[in-house]
Design a protein around this ligand. Structure first.
Ligand SMILES: [Zn+2]
Length: 749
């Protein structure tokens, strides 16, 4: 707060004083939601899910692809003519299709491109047991939210097109009114544009349609070839649910996965197989941190406590043929894997259950979503404060939707520059907008005055828990090797070429924690548009000249603690999962099915370009040159989106005259005034006023981000894995429940 006050330039302060004659909006008004904007969740039927996912694929073709295991892999369909009758319209004579919804940014990561190959991949299974009803709705609602927000943030696609700008304003307003504020929009848009999210809302499609645990009498979660006995090799891959997941996993390199179940309330991880009954996995630290993170973000409500976390062996029970351990160990633990020879559906080729060294190394977390397999409608939750732990509308679907989002978040660390000189950039990641070929020079650029010896950079870090180290490096674009195109991570070769041309020493700030950590986001000095921590450091700019274009990178190292291990692990040795190694082990390299995972310790932001202006004008304010909703009108100077990219080597300050700076300042006041009016109309949300944020803060404390306090959950981070309260009662209860249904294939103890 003090930082922003300090940085308000005189001209803007004057405008803010004018604006302050308008009565401030009360904090209460900006935080409350119109009841009409709140929607109750309910357990969706098979047919509802069918229509929703088809609609999503139709409405958002730039991000969503819908297929099914029958079309994609040529698998038969389970069920009869009477099952999933809506699928008769899709050309299927009998049974149910096993739908697969993939969400990724196809324009930014075109098929076959290097960036498409390296997109981190996550998987979500709504249900393996068809009568466990929370997961399918949670993942379907998560998909809807992600796609709607990404499509909105992609607008305006053309800042000169007033219709596109209008659509952008309207959809942001609509989301605002539903409690999805700017920080959350930026976050969700980033998730869509920087990950590949693969969802099977009803992996056991027949079971879900029939509201039965099994698929045709066979339990899909005993159907995977892990830790089953050789004599039982005809008892795996018997179900289409199991085969669909098997085929899908063979085409990807998933790092994180969630498999939703119900019957108790717990978030659990390896081990859950009899061979490893008394042992922890080599990746235990990462697994337990992630499970505890899910628990914190899920929260509790109305008599429903926080989730328990721990290993499946401890909290649930172990199984042979479970999907969880198969997905984690199938690639590196061949002694546990058998080649399946089922007799169902005309058999299944044994080579389909022969795996390479890379496919099955994911954390496949078992979320036992709710004690009641079909919770009552009063407990499923609403959209009110949906993205806030323990928000007013928390319920079974709300909290599991959040867990799904957090999985997508945690698959890979990221760093994002939010602004400079106390002025926030309007955009973080813009979906559908190409980020290659140094386009960031136009799409993430700020004009700074040259009469300052230093300028403050603000950035955030996410995709993990502990920020071990973060800092800024900067240098002239003209000194950067061409291999640095602004869209990807810097390599060791890039850094070697930068030696001596880049300044790394003047902006080291140490570490912190993200919003997912038990301590919440640290440091966090407030009102930049992020849900995460806010790091700040000043870089020296006195060595740069007017016209220089400076590339500023923020970088961070996260979660080195994930390589720690408890004593009683099995097998002994270093961590074996992709997600742990990808951030702790630079020598980790895996390729499979055209996908690549390369380990690294340092994660780089997309660079911010600082254009050094002329200091004839003394306003001293940094200006967002890349704004799409309120592009600065700079006549007589470099045109936004025009001249930056092409002439990196011949920059000059000629265009940035005093006249220009006066024009910018005058324009700023007009924009500020418009912002104030807009902000008031929109019940106080600071939406179109990024560049003027500091000034706005002067006149209304009500204009805060509702997310500011959303993510801290004060609790001690003690390890619950060996907690006495992890009682056998819960195990037995679940086991008994399954016994009643006659579906249990393996007994406890
Ligand atoms: Zn289950």
């Amino acid at each position: 707060m003090t930082m922003r006050s300090r940085l308000v330039p005189p001209l803007l302060a004057a405008a803010a004083a004018l604006a302050s004659q308008i009565p401030p909006i009360s904090a209460g008004a900006s935080r409350s939601l119109d009841a009409a904007n709140i929607r109750s969740f309910h357990v969706l039927s098979s047919e509802e899910i069918f229509h929703i996912i088809n609609d999503l694929a139709d409405r958002y073709p730039q991000f969503a692809t819908l297929t099914d295991a029958q079309t994609r892999f040529g698998l038969p369909a389970a069920g009869s003519e009477a099952d999933c009758p809506y699928d008769r319209d899709t050309g299927l004579n009998a049974g149910c299709r096993n739908y697969i919804l993939t969400i990724e940014d196809k324009a930014v990561h075109p098929e076959g491109s290097a960036s498409a190959a390296t997109l981190p991949e996550v998987f979500l299974s709504g249900c393996l047991h068809g009568n466990e009803r929370v997961g399918p709705s949670s993942v379907t609602e998560a998909a809807s939210l992600l796609l709607e927000v990404a499509a909105c943030v992609a607008l305006p696609t053309d800042p000169a097109d007033s219709r596109s700008v209008n659509d952008a304003i309207l959809c942001r307003r609509d989301l605002d009114e539903r409690g999805i504020g700017e920080s959350h929009r930026r976050w969700l848009a980033r998730l869509v544009s920087t990950r590949r999210i693969v969802i099977m809302p009803t992996a056991n499609a027949l079971g879900y349609y029939q509201n039965k645990r099994e698929e045709g009498g066979i339990d899909p979660n005993r159907d995977f070839p892990f830790d089953i006995e050789e004599k039982d090799k005809d008892k795996c891959m018997q179900t289409i649910a199991g085969r669909s997941i098997n085929e899908l996993f063979r085409e990807h390199l998933f790092q994180l996965s969630i498999t939703f179940h119900a019957g108790m309330e717990a978030i659990t991880y390896e081990w859950g197989a009899p061979t490893y009954l008394k042992y922890m996995s080599p990746d235990d630290e990462g697994q337990s941190q992630i499970a505890l993170g899910y628990k914190r973000f899920a929260g509790n409500f109305d008599g429903t406590p926080d989730y328990k976390t721990g290993t499946m062996n401890d909290i649930v029970y172990y199984v042979r043929g479970g999907m969880e351990d198969w997905a984690y160990g199938g690639s590196w633990d061949p002694d546990r894997v058998v080649q399946c020879t089922p007799n169902t559906f005309g058999g299944y080729p044994p080579e389909k259950t022969t795996y390479n060294d890379s496919t099955l190394r994911m954390f496949n977390v078992l979320v036992e979503a709710s004690d009641h397999k079909t919770p009552p409608a009063t407990k499923t939750g609403t959209t009110e404060q949906l993205l806030i732990t323990n928000g007013a509308g928390n319920g079974h679907i709300s909290r599991n939707l959040r867990i799904a989002l957090m999985e997508i978040e945690l698959v890979q660390p990221y760093v994002s520059i939010l602004g400079a000189g106390g002025v926030a950039l309007e955009d973080d990641i813009v979906p559908s907008k190409d980020r290659s070929n140094r386009s960031c020079m136009q799409n993430k650029a700020m004009l700074i005055p040259s009469n300052k010896k230093e300028i403050e950079i603000e950035w955030t870090v996410g995709g993990g828990f502990t920020v071990d180290e973060t800092r800024i490096i900067h240098g002239r674009w003209e000194d950067m090797p061409l291999s640095i195109d602004g869209s990807g991570q810097l390599t060791d070769e890039d850094l070697a070429k930068l030696d001596g041309k880049i300044n790394t020493l003047d902006a080291t700030v140490g570490g912190g924690t993200t919003q997912w950590h038990k301590d919440g986001a640290q440091p966090n000095s407030g009102a930049f548009p992020t849900i995460g921590p806010l790091f700040q450091a000043s870089i020296e700019t006195s060595s740069y000249s007017p016209g220089d274009k400076i590339a500023v990178f923020a970088l961070a190292r996260l979660d080195s603690s994930w390589s720690r291990q408890p004593n009683n692990i099995k097998p002994e040795g270093p961590p074996l999962s992709h997600v742990v190694n990808a951030r702790t082990n630079p020598t980790w390299h895996h390729e499979s099915a055209g996908k690549v995972i390369q380990g690294r310790l340092l994660w780089y932001s997309i660079p911010l370009t600082l254009v050094v202006g002329d200091d004839a004008n003394g306003s001293g304010v940094a200006i967002d040159l890349s704004s799409r909703l309120k592009p600065p009108k700079i006549d007589n100077g470099p045109q936004i989106g025009g001249g930056f990219g092409g002439n990196i080597g011949s920059a000059s300050g000629g265009g940035l005259t005093g006249h220009l700076m006066v024009g910018i300042a005058a324009c700023s006041i007009l924009i500020l005034f418009a912002c104030v009016v807009l902000a008031r109309r929109r019940r106080g949300r600071v939406e179109y006023s990024r560049a003027m944020m500091g000034a706005l803060d002067e006149f209304s404390d009500g204009l805060t981000f509702e997310e500011e306090d959303a993510f801290s959950t004060p609790e001690s981070y003690h390890d619950k894995r060996f907690d006495d309260s992890i009682e056998m009662a819960a195990r037995r209860e679940h086991a008994d429940a399954e016994e009643e249904e006659g579906g249990r294939a393996f007994s406890i103890d």
